[in-house]
Design a binder for this molecule. Structure first.
Ligand SMILES: [Zn+2]
Ligand SMILES: [Zn+2]
Length: 304
């Protein structure tokens, strides 16, 4: 049985940065995770912190095989099987599957093809290629009841496709990795500087601002600045570039947020324009993951 009702589309950044990335997209009842690069315990604790403890995860969309995006896959897979009594599918390209470290391989992997649309629960998902130094990296847009939310991180440069997709989103999580001058004057060795600024590295503030300008972003309500470098960027510099990009695109009424590594962001909400099929409420998850200090060590190991 499904109820028909309007409800908010929710996007929350559980963590963002080179030490771990995960974004929740869905409703209060169900959703997907884009990437799982922080510990399973942190993922579940942060969902609880944001009031998303009742949300059932229908699938985990993996962008690429770097550990800050897929590190928790195996433990998260086992944890979901215990929570839900069945496996949750992990979606990824064949290239990402081939590049996965053997300690990060979940049991149920469903293939993703760049340029194709696929269904995950009630959500329509699109994947498209981004330039990054892995085997077949993608970005994702998730359509929830007519609202489009996307996660576009880990790309060395903007492309027409990235700009077109960005222009179609209501909520965008976009990489603002580094300030170019801070990177070049900063502490990284020259090889690493070249990798980060290269065409298959990471998007600078100026490049991200340019993508916004070119993409148009007419529908955009929330822009989340993501994957900021601790060493080569500041939230203020990223914010300034984003505001400039929005100003140049003549886009108004966009709320800009900065995602962080340490503190989860959200939930950001948009009311769905049409009715959405939602599952019946399910029992609350076990409280074992809510407050770490009260959890006995034996249970903690389940979520490590
Ligand atoms: Zn990354
Ligand atoms: Zn990466």
């Amino acid at each position: 049985m499904h109820a028909l009702q309007h409800q908010d589309v929710i996007v929350a950044s559980l963590a963002s940065g080179s030490r771990g990335n995960s974004t929740y997209i869905g409703t209060e009842k169900a959703g997907v995770l884009v990437d799982c690069g922080l510990s399973t315990r942190q993922i579940l604790n942060r969902m609880d912190e944001l009031g998303l403890s009742d949300a059932q995860i229908r699938g985990v969309l993996i962008t690429h095989e770097h550990s800050d995006h897929v590190g928790a896959a195996r433990v998260l897979d086992r944890t979901f099987q215990k929570l839900y009594g069945r496996p949750v599918p992990f979606y990824m390209t064949q290239g990402t599957r081939a590049g996965l470290h053997k300690q990060c391989v979940p049991t149920t992997i469903l293939p993703v093809t760049s340029g194709r649309t696929f269904q995950v629960g009630d959500f329509l998902v699109e994947a498209w290629t981004v330039p990054h130094d892995t085997l077949d990296p993608v970005a994702y847009a998730v359509n929830v009841g007519g609202v489009r939310a996307g996660v576009i991180t880990d790309l060395g440069r903007t492309t027409r496709l990235v700009e077109r997709q960005l222009g179609s989103l209501d909520i965008a999580v976009l990489e603002f990795n580094h300030d170019f001058d801070m990177l070049m004057q900063g502490p990284y060795p020259i090889r690493l500087k070249q990798r980060v600024k290269g065409a298959h590295g990471h998007l600078s503030n100026a490049q991200a601002a340019q993508a916004i300008e070119r993409g148009g972003t007419e529908r955009l309500k929330h822009l989340v600045l993501a994957h900021l470098s601790d060493d080569n960027n500041t939230p203020e510099a990223a914010m300034e570039a984003a505001q400039e990009g929005l100003h140049r695109s003549a886009c108004r009424g966009v709320t800009v947020h900065v995602a962080s590594q340490q503190i989860p962001l959200g939930p950001l909400r948009i009311r769905t324009p049409r009715n959405l099929r939602v599952p019946r409420p399910t029992p609350r998850r076990t409280a074992a993951v809510v407050t770490p200090p009260t959890v006995p060590p034996a249970q903690l190991s389940l979520f490590g």
